[in-house]
Design a binder for this molecule. Structure first.
Ligand code: ZN
Length: 296
């Protein structure tokens, strides 16, 4: 089954490349994904009060079935937090948008909606903090972050803290919520990543396919012509495999979702509208409910 999963992933990546025909090379899925690093762009600039994402509107979205979702456990992982800003948008020398704010806002709203459907939702963080704010040696490898470094936690300890919350909750699914950013401000669109190197990679691929499809559906329904960066395989995020002596991996299928590029003018405008936020949150909501129903 593992070989099958890898093959499936390879085919998806090829399909994704085919979709991106006109794009210049910078957005290729083969590049190292931004999610693999704790601080994707170390801020050296003064910070304005960031724009807080507008709450999604109450407009009824296209609905997914909910029958088998009640009582199931979903672990939502809002990327970054605290001094780890994630990707940022810089305008006129000031940070105007921070990934960590959008990921938390989205997670809290997805949690609220799923709980209304009876789903048990666990968060890896529910406030503006790092997952391992006290720089503990969570993974037991004897290493912690340097006090002079840009983060309060080593990358592996941060990952382990998030994974352990999901594992301890006995979650059925792990959904890691992120936004993209790049120095090349022409890069735009949404993409989904999963590990092709897990015993449940077929199930992870199934969720990745579902959330990718829902993002396309919801952006289109909201009137946004959004660029599709496809589905990619990567092993270094919160959904990745074990690293001996370094990382006890997640015990459930999952995926890492990169909503939009905060660094792109068009994407940044959309992400700050209630309609844009509602499209993204609804895509997560529907995809999770669909996947739970299809994987009882
Ligand atoms: Zn991120």
């Amino acid at each position: 089954m593992l070989a099958g999963a890898i093959l499936l992933g390879a085919l998806i990546v090829i399909a994704g490349r085919a979709i991106r025909g006109g794009e210049s090379g910078g957005g290729d899925v083969a590049q190292a994904p931004a999610v693999a690093t704790i601080v994707e762009l170390t801020p050296i600039l003064p910070t304005l009060t960031p724009t807080i994402p507008a709450p999604p509107t109450a407009t009824p979205p296209p609905q997914a079935p909910i029958a088998a979702a009640a009582g199931r456990v979903v672990c939502l992982d809002p990327g970054h937090g605290g001094i780890d800003l994630g990707n940022v948008r810089v305008e006129n020398g000031q940070i105007t948008l921070q990934e960590k704010d959008f990921t938390l806002s989205n997670a809290l709203e997805i949690q609220r909606r799923l709980q209304e459907k009876g789903v048990v939702v666990v968060l890896t963080r529910s406030t503006d903090s790092e997952a391992n704010p006290n720089n503990l040696d969570v993974n037991g490898d004897g290493e912690v972050a340097s006090p002079d470094g840009p983060a309060n936690s080593s990358e592996l300890d941060d990952l382990q803290a998030r994974i352990t919350i999901c594992n301890d909750a006995g979650a059925d699914l792990l959904v890691s919520i992120h936004y993209n950013g790049a120095e090349n401000t022409a890069l735009e669109g949404y993409e989904v990543w999963y590990s092709g190197n897990r015993e449940f990679s077929d199930a992870s691929a199934s969720f990745a396919t579902t959330i990718h499809e829902e993002l396309g559906t919801q952006f289109a329904a909201a009137g946004f012509d959004m660029f599709d960066k496809g589905i990619g395989i990567e092993d270094h995020a919160v959904t990745g495999p074990a690293r001996e002596g370094k990382l006890t991996p997640s015990a459930m299928p999952g995926a890492v979702v990169e909503g939009l590029f905060l660094s792109n003018d068009g994407n940044a405008a959309i992400v700050q509208t209630p309609e844009g936020q509602n499209a993204i949150v609804t895509a997560y909501e529907n995809a999770i409910l669909r996947w739970l129903n299809e994987n009882p």
